[in-house]
Design a protein around this ligand. Structure first.
Ligand code: 5GP
Length: 183
């Protein structure tokens, strides 16, 4: 049986690292590549991290109903391609979406069978220092992201599972246990 896992977590919580580690140990799982209007960070690749679109291109996809869900996050747009998700599930593949909490709750409304997993920081102070430690965002962007954390934590109350990312190893093990229990 194929499952759809939707994983969210506040910026800087390390969810990318946890998912990457999980996927390296479980290559049979597929990660959906989202579309975004935000600019490419150093080291990011088109079609690997995201499909980088202009606002006009993104709006065209919205108007053509190409997204399963989309959301504005920190002043940029992000969306999940509907075709990709439907095709992967049809092919019997287990799929992971790494999306924000608004998008995740929208997915759950459309596809109640989706399994929602929230990766939480050990503490808010820890999260802020991780976010600053990345040196990838301006102060203004960091402030915006910190402001959205409260809403994300509120939304996480509707998730099926919450994993506290104290260490990557523990978080990956928790993720494996949750996923194993579903397959
Ligand atoms: P970042 O800019 O740090 O890569 O991502 C910012 C936020 O957007 C993260 O919370 C990430 O999970 C979320 N995100 C990435 N892709 C999508 C998507 O397709 N849909 C939604 N709703 N959120 C996304």
């Amino acid at each position: 049986m194929s499952n759809l896992y939707v994983i969210s977590g506040s910026s800087g919580v390390g969810k990318g690292t946890v998912i990457k580690e999980f996927l390296s140990q479980n290559p049979q799982f597929k990660l959906s590549v989202s579309c975004t209007t935000r600019s490419k960070r150093e080291g990011e690749k088109e079609g690997v991290n995201y499909f980088f679109l202009s606002e006009k291109e993104f709006k065209n996809c919205v108007n053509n109903n190409e997204f399963l869900e989309w959301a504005e996050f920190s002043g940029n747009f992000y969306g999940t391609k509907r075709d990709f998700v439907q095709q992967s599930l049809k092919n019997g593949e287990n799929l992971i979406l790494e999306i924000d909490t608004k998008g995740a709750l929208n997915v759950k409304r459309i596809m109640p069978e989706a399994i929602l997993i929230f990766i939480a920081p050990p503490s808010l102070e820890e999260l802020e220092s991780r976010l600053r430690g990345r040196h990838t965002e301006t102060e203004e962007a960091i402030q915006k992201r910190l402001a959205s954390i409260k809403a994300e934590i509120e939304n996480s109350k509707h998730y099926d599972y919450v994993i506290v990312n104290d260490t990557v190893e523990n978080a990956v093990n928790c993720l494996k246990n949750i996923i194993n229990s579903k397959s």
